[in-house]
Ligand binder design. Structure first.
Ligand code: SF4
Length: 156
């Protein structure tokens, strides 16, 4: 078990089989060890500081249907919306006044967002970085790897 945890720390990933083994066979000792590893890595990167981010849900439309998720496409109870650029900007300004210096722009895989939209999001993200100086923007966690890469490249 320890070997797998060490591998995960070193290589930052495991094979599906190794993850499955870890998740179905861990015990208290393994859990303590993995927590210790996670703490060491976090401290190496962030020290003892506490970083908070303002989370802005820019849209709750999603083409996917993950069972656990409140904004999955088949949830007919969800009240759907998309924030305009101005609304996102207002949220950031408000958050900045409240002391947030980092914002996550989050949304689902919105079927109406094209590559052009993502390019525009990137340009918008860049102007946010420019105006607010120390505000990095983290693109949506629910984008596919391909779309996340496009958006990240557009921002940076
Ligand atoms: S992809 Fe993300 S936003 Fe979409 S249903 Fe799944 S968890 Fe929810």
């Amino acid at each position: 078990m320890k070997k797998l945890i060490d591998k995960l720390r070193e290589e930052r990933t495991l094979t599906s089989e190794e993850f499955a083994h870890l998740l179905s066979h861990y015990d208290d000792e393994a859990l303590a060890y993995i927590n210790q590893q996670a703490r060491e890595v976090a401290t190496a990167h962030f020290g003892q500081g506490v970083y908070i981010r303002g989370l802005i849900e820019i849209s709750n439309y999603c083409r996917n249907n993950c069972n656990y998720c409140g904004i999955r496409k088949d949830n007919w109870r969800a009240d759907r919306y998309r924030l305009s650029k101005e609304m996102i900007w207002d949220c950031c300004e408000h958050g900045y006044k409240l002391g947030f210096r980092s914002f996550v722009l989050q949304g689902g895989e919105d079927p109406k967002r094209s590559d052009n939209d993502r390019q525009r999001d990137g340009t918008f993200g860049r102007s946010l970085r420019k105006s607010a100086g120390d505000i990095p923007n983290v693109p949506s966690r629910c984008l596919s790897v391909k779309n996340r890469r496009k958006l990240t490249n557009a921002i940076l």
